[in-house]
Design a protein around this ligand. Structure first.
Ligand code: CMC
Length: 428
């Protein structure tokens, strides 16, 4: 293949370098195009724009393939743990036993959050959405751990900020849940691994010993692994672009949490369960709701369906659907909305509207049913997505810094008014 592409504008031809990734993806590098020609490219919603070259996650939306650092998601979900996957994403390789033990030890040394932060929890109304709380609390970590503000941190300082971010997030998420119940918070316990510790802080009680069910630990590990990274999605791009101005890790992750909150992104897992509940209350007529989703005059969309990149089955959804059946069976739970979800999927996958647009169930379609079976309330679902996505955000933020990427700053085509004369207020 040629190493450059030619772009002809009028009578001039511009040579644009072709970049090829290790999985054969091809791109035309237009970074010098404006300098050479005066033209920028326009791609609203970045549907066809690569913002970086990254060695973390590969996905092929046409084939339904997802790999972290070269490892297939199916293998990682089956064999690994969340904390091992976090190490893989952040440091690039699967850890040795010693590396994993050291990593877990380091994390366990930083799970406490500053006691003064508890006052923030008291300030939020008890019914405020956990994602708003999470975003604020994560950003305020920068006030308590100001060494993170140094933009030229040494390798050790950077690593410490990364470890603190991972450690404290699980504590904060659990405490948001405890506060929503009006219950006292549970402190981290170093004897537990990351996921068990998180579940113990969430479902443990000061009044009695609660044994965390290994089925729940395993389900949680699987879900967190499946959410751990997904290349340049909306929240990850946000983390990278905020970090590119040399903002600290807490501020960058906090921005990612805000981006994730929306129902078109991570907020879809909450929206799916709310949709399924509504369909159930409405009598469970799935055809009616499929028709609503197809009706262009109706704003209703089938939540948990469709994806910007996957034009085939989302491989995460396949794993989650199976896990959902297994976990509900193991926990002896019969959830009517699972049947509604399966019926919706079956109808949609045969319907020409969904087939032609290549709309398949995504990661959010079945995950909420599992979270609910594990005992989480609906408004915590997106927070759990954030907890899972955290290693990905950290890895991408770190890579952006290591690559010394310039500040992210898209161009625009201005289409507003031209040359207006200022008119005094009394003459308007
Ligand atoms: N229900 C009904 N129609 C849909 C849906 C849906 N869920 N998703 C896309 N379409 C239609 C859309 O109306 C459009 O039709 P037409 O070509 O006739 O105008 C066509 O499919 C293409 O959709 P789009 O909105 O242009 O595609 P996009 O790549 O901009 O959006 C999406 C992707 C995920 C935002 C969208 O599919 C959607 O809103 N899905 C529901 C929300 C959801 O489940 N989000 C979670 C995404 S996966 C996890 C994550 O990223 O966090």
């Amino acid at each position: 293949m040629s190493s450059s592409a030619q772009l002809k504008i009028g009578d001039k031809t511009y040579d644009l370098p072709i970049i090829e990734g290790t999985e054969g993806e091809k791109a035309i590098d237009i970074s010098k195009l404006r300098d050479q020609s005066g033209f920028v490219t326009l791609d609203i919603g970045y549907k066809n724009t690569g913002a970086t070259q990254s060695g973390i996650t590969f996905l092929d939306g046409e084939l339904g393939v997802l790999k972290y650092r070269g490892y297939a998601i199916e293998q990682l979900a089956e064999k690994s743990t969340f904390i091992e996957v976090a190490y893989l994403l952040i440091y690039g390789d699967l850890p040795t036993t010693k590396q994993l033990t050291d990593f877990q030890y380091e994390i366990s040394r930083h799970t406490l959050v500053h006691e003064d932060m508890k006052k923030f929890f008291d300030g939020f109304p008890s019914k405020s959405h956990p994602m708003g709380q999470l975003s604020s609390l994560v950003c305020s970590l920068s006030a308590f751990y100001p060494e993170s503000l140094k933009s030229n941190q040494t390798k050790e300082e950077l690593n410490l900020s990364i470890v603190k971010m991972l450690s404290k997030m699980a504590t904060i998420v659990s405490w948001i849940y405890k506060k929503s119940l009006g219950h006292p918070v549970m402190y981290p316990q170093n004897k537990y691994d990351y996921v068990t510790n998180f579940l113990n802080m969430t479902f443990g009680q000061l009044t009695e010993d609660v044994v965390i069910d290994p089925v729940v630990v395993s389900a949680m590990n699987t879900l967190l692994i499946l959410h751990a990274d997904h290349e340049q999605n909306c929240s990850t791009s946000t983390v990278r672009i905020v970090g590119s101005s040399e903002s600290n890790i807490y501020a960058s992750v906090s921005a990612g949490i805000s981006a994730l909150w929306g129902p078109l992104h991570g907020g879809a897992n909450q929206a799916v369960i709310e949709m399924l509940e509504k369909i159930k209350e409405d009598g469970g007529d799935t055809d009616k709701w499929i028709n609503k989703a197809k009706d262009k005059n109706d704003p209703f969309r089938l939540m948990g369906f469709g994806h910007r990149v996957y034009k085939n089955f989302d491989p995460r959804a396949k794993i989650i659907k199976k896990a959902c059946d297994d976990i509900l069976e193991k926990l002896g739970i019969n959830d009517e909305v699972l049947e509604i979800a399966k019926r919706l999927e079956e109808v949609a996958l045969k319907d020409p509207y969904f087939v032609e647009r290549k709309l398949y169930p995504n990661v959010d379609f079945y995950s909420g049913i599992i979270y609910r079976a594990l005992g989480f309330p609906t408004d915590m679902f997106t927070v759990l997505f954030a907890l899972g996505r955290l290693p990905g955000w950290i890895a991408q933020w770190k890579e952006m810094k290591q690559n010394k990427e310039p500040i992210g700053r898209p161009r625009q085509i201005y289409n507003g008014a031209v040359n207006r004369e200022y008119v005094e207020i009394d003459k308007r």
